[in-house]
Design a protein around this ligand. Structure first.
Ligand SMILES: C[S@@+](CC[C@H](N)C(=O)[O-])C[C@H]1O[C@@H](n2cnc3c(N)ncnc32)[C@H](O)[C@@H]1O
Length: 430
């Protein structure tokens, strides 16, 4: 079978799939950690960008708005965003519905439980259902597209071929006279037919019509046939608004570098990483990086206008991470412990989590890609003047320190435009 069918099955089969069955647990004590699972600061910073976009939509017209999270996992991020919006931007929150798009029944059941316990209202839907009455709002795709099924391709020395998953009969051990039990068949990766024209066109657009001498027989990598349909159905769910993709990503020259001879596919389980995608099917998370150029091309074809992209470290610093970190150091521990229960260990854990979020060798290397659709013309320019042009550090120093301090919340609605992320208003190359 094509690798994409295998990957789809082992991740999303409702009974045997790692996500479909709800087997995988996300978080530092689960199978793997994601940025929001490390603590509250990722969501609090990301919310500034989301609130800015929602506020732009709110100013442009009446009617309901939506915050759509696709692939919500344990629903930790959705929970933190919805609670943060209600606390810091109550007027916006009153107009904003939380919508979750989760195709895996096992994960959706846990999300319902988590949000239900917190008394939060949300509805679950699919992009296809939403397309019947498209929304105005923001769609967030955090670590979802890396779970889309990929096709594996390999070089045969002169051209490209599919890499397939096959059930192979295990060879019987030689020299055994006694009758042996039937050998267990095993899964293997085998070379298949030359690529279909559509896959070849995608490679040609990246300048990779041929593997060339640098990619000898056996060199293999991934293609994302599901990206364009996903972006297209996501687009049909939104009449106007933004899409923010946050994921593992590489530029094409890095993705298809001759040195990366085994592709980007990895398996994760119980905080272990493994490069064998065939190991214990349905027990491991499988993930592949995104090729940035392929994603941008697929998004443009699906009618999304790109607003730019940057690394997570840059994005979170632009949204005020350094000030937040600085704020932690100003917390009066004695007062804080009494009022919020924050002890030194909690504060140190938050500090460490924030550093991991921006570490270029860890989560800081994640890519943030922003897109927009709707017919209100060009993206607004970053026309800042006067106080809005002040350096971020000064702004945030005045806005408060720790999350729990009320001054930041009270002023948040008025200060909103100051948190527009300038990186997304420039060209991708900047
Ligand atoms: C790696 S988890 C990310 C969870 C969460 N966003 C986070 O960062 O903690 C991937 C999530 O995407 C879901 N998922 C997988 N394929 C999807 C698809 N095609 N559309 C929407 N969600 C999908 C999985 O069930 C799971 O909830």
């Amino acid at each position: 079978m094509p690798f994409s069918s295998y990957m789809d099955w082992v991740l999303h089969d409702p009974v045997h799939g790692a996500y479909g069955s709800g087997l995988l647990r996300i978080g530092p004590r689960g199978d793997f950690a994601t940025s929001p699972s490390l603590g509250p600061d990722f969501a609090a910073l990301l919310l500034r960008q989301i609130a800015a976009w929602l506020s732009e939509l709110a100013a442009a017209g009446d009617g309901p708005l939506a915050l759509v999270e696709t692939g919500p996992g344990e629903a930790e991020l959705a929970l933190q965003l919805a609670q943060g919006l209600a606390q810091s931007w109550p007027q916006l929150a009153a107009r904003t519905e939380l919508v979750l798009v989760e195709p895996n029944p096992g994960m959706a059941a846990r999300q319902r439980e988590r949000l239900g316990q917190a008394g939060l209202k949300a509805r679950w839907s699919s992009f296809e259902q939403l397309a019947a009455a498209p929304l105005r709002g923001v769609v967030l795709a955090h670590e979802v597209l890396d779970a889309l099924a990929v096709d594996r391709i390999c070089s045969d020395g002169s051209g490209w071929r599919q890499q397939l998953v096959a059930v192979q009969a295990a060879a019987a051990s030689p020299g055994q006279s006694d009758p042996q039990p039937e050998p267990e068949p095993a899964l293997g990766l085998v070379v298949g037919a030359p690529l279909e024209p559509e896959a070849m066109a995608g490679l040609a657009a990246l300048g990779l019509e041929q593997p060339g001498p640098q990619r000898p027989a056996g060199w293999c990598t991934e293609l994302h046939p599901g990206l364009r349909p996903w972006l297209s159905s996501c687009g049909s769910a939104l009449i106007e608004g933004h899409l923010l993709v946050i994921d593992y990503g590489l530029e094409a020259w890095r993705y298809y570098s001759p040195a990366r001879s085994g592709g980007t596919l990895m398996a994760y389980r119980q905080q272990q990483a493994c490069s064998d995608p065939l190991r214990e099917p349905g027990q491991w998370d499988l993930t592949a990086h995104l090729c940035l150029e392929s994603l941008l091309e697929a998004a443009a074809a699906a009618g999304w206008q790109s607003l730019g992209h940057c690394r997570q470290g840059q994005a979170l610093l632009a949204l005020g991470l350094a000030e937040r970190l600085h704020g932690l150091q100003q917390v009066n521990l004695q007062a804080s412990e009494q009022s919020t229960g924050h002890d030194l260990a909690t504060l140190l854990a938050r500090r460490e989590a924030m550093l991991r979020l921006v570490d270029p060798h860890a989560l800081g290397d994640f890519r943030w890609l922003a897109f927009r659709r709707g017919d209100r013309g060009e993206a607004p320019s970053q026309a800042t003047s006067g106080s809005e042009n002040e350096p971020t550090s000064r702004r945030a120093a005045g806005a408060g320190t720790a999350e729990s301090q009320p001054a930041e919340h009270q002023s948040a609605e008025l200060e909103l435009e100051k948190y527009m992320l300038p990186l997304f208003l420039r060209q991708p190359d900047d």
